[in-house]
Design a protein around this ligand. Sequence first.
Ligand SMILES: [Zn+2]
Length: 354
Amino acid sequence: MTDARAIDELRTRFQTDLASASTSRDLQTVRDRYLGRKGGAIAGLMKQVASAAPADRPTLGRLANELKRDIDQALRERRTAAGADRPSADAIDVTLPGRGAAPGRRHPLTALREQIETIFARMGFTVLEGPEVEDEYHNFEALNMPADHPARDMQDTLYLADPLAAETASGPHDHPRTLLRTHTSGMQIRHMETHAPPVRIIAPGRVYRRDNLDVTHTPMFHQVEGLLVGEGVTMADLKGTLEAFLRELFDPDTKVMFRPSFFPYTEPSAEVFIGCLFCDGKGCGVCKKTGWLEILGSGMVHAAVFEAVGYDPERYTGWAFGLGIERVAMLKYRVDDIRLFYENDLRFLEQFPA
Ligand SMILES: [Zn+2]
């Protein structure tokens, strides 16, 4: 049996229970107690209404439905107010698998530099590092590029602020200036100044040019310098070593071509090309229809460079090369915008072998 007063009492009991519920779990318990399909207080009330006297049923039915609606609404409001739709501390599901920690990885340029170092280390080369702030002597003069040498115009140099500039504001500089090195070739000089032949080194590192940022240029990029000096060293040694290096770096079937070129610190000089990786030598947009991609510069060390470091050019010969790590990375991984390497976007970086 039920009547309107019993429904009022149920409402009061619900309000008391709701007031004492503090966690989302408490709220769920209250919901089950009142709105549960089996054993819930409202379900029980509805059964009683169904068995009430026919004359009382419409009124009792209306009151019971109002109570049901009010309970449901009150519970929803409390859940929203408590932010209980979000997982809370008392709702941790300990059966869920944990989140794995994302392991760190090397930057693709670092990984590539280390691969290049490994290839040359196996061939007996020592890996050197040197200063990024260089003086004009090691960056230019000793490499057969005196102050008036036109080759200095080939590289737009970032000079450091000169503390003596005010005293020498006009006229040529009569003291050495410092600069951000424009190439790693200065390491040839620094090493030969302090070591007698034979020499077998590579020197990877950052270099700087006054370039505007675009798809193929950045004001800072990475080079690897290589130098081998001894008695009886010939251009055949240069060719064999670089072919072995490029075939290991790219592919055992890589075609390699040497073409005469000019650099102030090597004579003769050669630009080195590999068969286009994109069109198999047939000619495409990347290789400008030539079937070849320029990959590095090289040559036999100029006698003037040996004289600058006190080596006897009659007794010793040697070869040197320089390559850009970004350029190799762009060709090897088919990246068409150099800026992507510096944006630290994980979606880009995660595509490379670590
Ligand atoms: Zn091509």
